[in-house]
Design a protein. Structure first.
Length: 128
């Protein structure tokens, strides 16, 4: 079974990083296999950052450090996954990261990221 699809992260990144000038949204993508680097990345969120889309990969299911770093950023966060983590093996049913998430989008392959960007646009631009 093809779980993740054929789209490379490089292409997904290029697609997400296209400036959306209509709503002043600019995505910056960061990919790292090292959990500490990811924690650093979340801790270094910049003043101009408005939100986080997070696919923590396998760390989703194991990392409290990533959860804490995202929580400390005080930014809206949408958890994203290529695959439907609820439909896979039992170990993926638990997400630590979702405790800091405004919402989750998963199971749409590479389109998950587009849907998550749309959802983030809504979160950022909906007056509270
Ligand atoms: O690394 C990954 C990829 C994933 O985050 C996804 O995007 O489908 C789902 C995780 O369970 C898995 O460990």
């Amino acid at each position: 079974m093809d779980v993740w699809g054929k789209m490379t992260l490089h292409v997904i990144k290029d697609r997400c990083e296209v400036n959306d000038t209509a709503v002043c949204l600019r995505a910056i993508c960061h990919e790292d296999n090292n959990k500490g680097e990811l924690v650093d990345w979340f801790q270094e969120t910049r003043q101009e950052d408005s939100g986080i889309l997070c696919d923590a990969g396998a760390y989703t299911h194991t990392s409290v450090a990533i959860l804490d770093a995202i929580g400390a950023s005080d930014l809206p966060m949408i958890e994203v996954h290529l695959s439907n983590i609820q439909k896979r093996d039992a170990i993926r049913l638990l997400s630590n990261v979702s405790n800091a998430a405004n919402g989750m989008i998963y199971g749409f392959g590479d389109q998950s990221y587009n849907h998550a960007l749309d959802a983030m646009r809504g979160l950022i631009h909906t007056p509270s």
